[in-house]
Design a protein around this ligand. Structure first.
Ligand SMILES: [Zn+2]
Length: 459
C-alpha cells in the first residue's frame, strides 16, 4: 500500500448510468458529496465536450487570472519573457495533453490507406460511397464525426485548410464524385460552378457515369431541373471547355494526392511546415533567429527590441516627445539622425566595423536595406551547414550587443572605443559564449582571434 488515504470529505462520487437514489445512498455511506458531470479536476473540466467553446472557458479564465496577478506592466523584459514562456504556454499544453483534437493525419489515412484495419472497420460500420467512407449521420461516434467534418471542410477553419490541399487523380473515374471531389485542377466543380451544381438533377453521380453518358455539347450527362438561362449556358460552356481534354484511364483506379507533396502524401511534419511557412515575412524569419541557446538572454532581448524598432534611439525618443528635436545627433558622430537603421547599418562611423568583421570572417558581406534582412543575409552568408549558420547568427547578435553598449558608453560615460576595439570585444564575447556551453570546443583563443572560418572547420 502507498500509505495514502482517500479523504472522503474532499471527494465526490460521480455516477455514470446509475440511478440517483442508489448514488445518494452510496455517497452518504462514504461521507462524500454527489458530483455531476462535467466537473473541474486540476483546473480542467472533466466529462465536458472539448469541441464546444464553453468547454475552454475555465482555461481562458485561468490565463487571464495569471496575467493580472503577475502585474505584467511592471515586469522587466526578461521577466515578461519568462512569464510568457513558462506559465502561459504551459497551461494550454497541459490542457491539450488531456483533450486531443482530431487529427488531420487520420483524415488522410482514411482517404488513402484502403487496406488498413481502421479503414475496413469504418467501412463496415458506415459504408463506402463513391470511394469515401460514409459520415454515419448522428449515429456516428463523435470522434469519427469530427474527422468527417475536417475531410469535408464543414464548420471549423482548419477543415477548409485540409480540404484545400488535397486533390483527386482520376483513373477510371468510378470512385470520384463528379461534382464534389476536387478532381479538376484541384477544385470541386460544385465550388467552381455553384449555380450549375444547384440546378443539377443528380448531385452524387460519379465521373465514370458522367463520362459514359457524355459531358460534351451533345451528351446526355448533364441534366437540369429547369432550362438554363443565357448566363447559365455560358457557365456550362466554360465547364465543358475544362472537361474537353479529360479522358479516363480504364486500368487505373482513382487516388487521392496531397498537393504540396504528391510523392510522400500527407505527413504531420509536412503539414506543420506548410502551416508555418505561409505568408512568412522577412521579419518573421529574422525573429526566429533572435533566440540562440548559446547567447545570453539579455542579448536576444536587445535584438528583439531592435528588430521591432523599440530601442530608445534618439529618433524614437524624439517621436515620443522625450527628447527635444534638435538633440538628434548620432552618438558615433557621423552627423546623421540617430535611428536604429543609422546606428547599426548606415552610420559612416560605426559602419566601418562591418568591413572589419567581414575580413575576420573571410567573406564579403552584402549590406541589406533593413535590419531584419541584414540579419537573415548575414546568417546565411557563410552558407553550408546548420552549425555554420548557428555560428553566424551568434556573431551577428554579438555585433549588435557591442554596437549598442558602445553607443551607450559614448552617450552616458563619455568614453569612446575605436572600431578595432569593438571588433576585439565581439571576438571576446562570441568566444566566451561558445566556450561556456561547449567545453569540448576544439579551438583555442588564438586561432579564434585570427580567423573565424578556419575555426569553424575544426568544429
Ligand atoms: Zn552615425
Amino acid at each position: 500500500m502507498s500509505g495514502l488515504k482517500v479523504n472522503f470529505n474532499k471527494s465526490m462520487l460521480v455516477g455514470v448510468n446509475i440511478p440517483d437514489f442508489w448514488l445518494g445512498e452510496a455517497a452518504s455511506a462514504l461521507c462524500c458529496r454527489v458530483g455531476k458531470i462535467p466537473f473541474l479536476y486540476l483546473g480542467l473540466s472533466i466529462g465536458g465536450d472539448p469541441r464546444h467553446l464553453s468547454f475552454w472557458d475555465p482555461l481562458l479564465a485561468r490565463l487571464k487570472n495569471r496575467l493580472s496577478s503577475w502585474k505584467n506592466r511592471f515586469l522587466s523584459f526578461g521577466g515578461r519573457l519568462v512569464l510568457l514562456k513558462s506559465v502561459l504556454t504551459s497551461l494550454p499544453v497541459y490542457a491539450l495533453s488531456f483533450f486531443k483534437s482530431p487529427s488531420r493525419k487520420w483524415c488522410w489515412r482514411m482517404l488513402v490507406d484502403r487496406d488498413g484495419l481502421w479503414y475496413r472497420v469504418l467501412a463496415a460500420r458506415y459504408g463506402v460511397e463513391r470511394g469515401r467512407l460514409g459520415a454515419g449521420g448522428t449515429r456516428g461516434y463523435s470522434w469519427w464525426r469530427a474527422i468527417v467534418s475536417i475531410r469535408d471542410g464543414g464548420g471549423e477553419v482548419g477543415g477548409g485548410w485540409f480540404r484545400g490541399h488535397i486533390s483527386k487523380k482520376v483513373g477510371d473515374g468510378v470512385d470520384t464524385c463528379f461534382w464534389t471531389d476536387p478532381w479538376v485542377e484541384g477544385t470541386p466543380l460544385c465550388e467552381r460552378f455553384g449555380r450549375l451544381f444547384d440546378l443539377a438533377e443528380n448531385k452524387s453521380v460519379s465521373v465514370a457515369e458522367m463520362f459514359l453518358l457524355g459531358w460534351g455539347a451533345g451528351g446526355e450527362a448533364l441534366l437540369w431541373r429547369r432550362p438554363l438561362r443565357a448566363w447559365e449556358e455560358e457557365m456550362l460552356g466554360e465547364c465543358q471547355t475544362l472537361l474537353l481534354d479529360i479522358s479516363l484511364q480504364a486500368h487505373f483506379s482513382d487516388s487521392w494526392s496531397w498537393q504540396s507533396d504528391p510523392v510522400h502524401g500527407y505527413t504531420v511534419c509536412g503539414a506543420y511546415q506548410l502551416l508555418t511557412e505561409q505568408d512568412m515575412a522577412p521579419l518573421d524569419v529574422a525573429a526566429g533567429l533572435i533566440w540562440h541557446t548559446q547567447v545570453p538572454l539579455k542579448v536576444s532581448i536587445l535584438a528583439w527590441r531592435l528588430l521591432r524598432d523599440r530601442l530608445p534611439t534618439k529618433a524614437n525618443l524624439i517621436s515620443r516627445g522625450i527628447l527635444p528635436v534638435e538633440d538628434h545627433f548620432c552618438a558615433f558622430g557621423c552627423g546623421a539622425v540617430e535611428s536604429a537603421q543609422n546606428v547599426f547599418l548606415s552610420c559612416s562611423s560605426s559602419g566601418s566595423l562591418w568591413s572589419l568583421i567581414s575580413s575576420w570572417i573571410g567573406s564579403s558581406l552584402v549590406t541589406a536595406q533593413t535590419l531584419s534582412d541584414d540579419f537573415v543575409q548575414f546568417t546565411i552568408s557563410a552558407g553550408g551547414t546548420r552549425v555554420r549558420r548557428s555560428f553566424m547568427q551568434l556573431i551577428w547578435l554579438a555585433c549588435v550587443w557591442v554596437v549598442w553598449t558602445e553607443r551607450n558608453h559614448r552617450l552616458f560615460r563619455g568614453s569612446a572605443d575605436s572600431s578595432l576595439h569593438m571588433l576585439d570585444k565581439i571576438k571576446t564575447f562570441s568566444y566566451r559564449w561558445l566556450k561556456a556551453t561547449r567545453s569540448s570546443l576544439a579551438l583555442n583563443c588564438h586561432s579564434w582571434w585570427s580567423c573565424l572560418m578556419l575555426c569553424l572547420d575544426f568544429v
